[in-house]
Design a protein around this ligand. Sequence first.
Ligand SMILES: O=C(O)c1ccccc1NCC(=O)[C@H](O)[C@H](O)COP(=O)(O)O
Length: 275
Amino acid sequence: MANVLDEIIDGVREDLAARERLLPAAEVQAAAAARPAALDAWAALGGGQPAGELRVIAEVKRQSPSKGALADIADPASLAARYAEGGASVISVLTEQRRFGGSLADFDAVRAAVGIPLLRKDFTVEEYQVHEARAHGADLVLLIVAALDDARLAGLLELTRSLGMEALVETHTEDEIDRAAAVDARIVGVNVRNLKTLDVDRGVFGRLADRLPDGAVAVAESGVRGPEDVAYYAAHGAGAILVGEALVTHGDPRARIQEFKRAGAAAIAARPGAH
Ligand SMILES: O=C(O)c1ccccc1NCC(=O)[C@H](O)[C@H](O)COP(=O)(O)O
């Protein structure tokens, strides 16, 4: 079966080339440099702090390759405001257009509405996208280890930090976690969605969590459908969860985030040796 990631990235590169023709690299770099400093996403996600609270990265997600249309999000800014009211630590905005229906316009609307750190959630493969993220006010970008060789992973992470941002470095396997650790990633996600089959197996987080680098914020990505999934991730060492579908399809995402945070805190308190 074709790797969905490769197909997505082919489209991302085509769209990127079109944007670059409209706004050359020098201009996007100048726009990035003119932005106020990025917010500290690492601290917002509990980096360097004792475990106690489970942080939520709440995602603005319109559609997906696995599920098709998820939600008709008429006003991403108001959805993001409800996420922030519910206690989200970071908001993720999908900006990939072809498969996820996202856009930088969605990102801009959310940036104007909330004052918490924002993740520009896209398939980052080129330096241009990192400058572009900062130019739009992002505090965090996504680097998917499976999409990058070691040199590119290290280079994009270095550029991200040089612009004052952090990266959510996403992994799926032990080998990818080791590659994330080798570049000193400080926010490391395990995405439990298999990129070949698109199946979700929450057990992947439980199996890989012990290998995550000491001191990194451990993010469990995908597959939260209810509080029991949150409790599972938190019990297995997650410091944060990344949730899309369960929030955009819920009538009251603010209350849902609060419920997830309670489930996470209870599971953290019940970890062996927590007291
Ligand atoms: O969501 C998909 O179908 C998907 C397919 C291929 C690559 C990435 C994909 N999703 C990106 C994500 O990481 C999720 O949007 C995120 O973890 C939230 O997942 P969920 O809570 O299960 O919506």
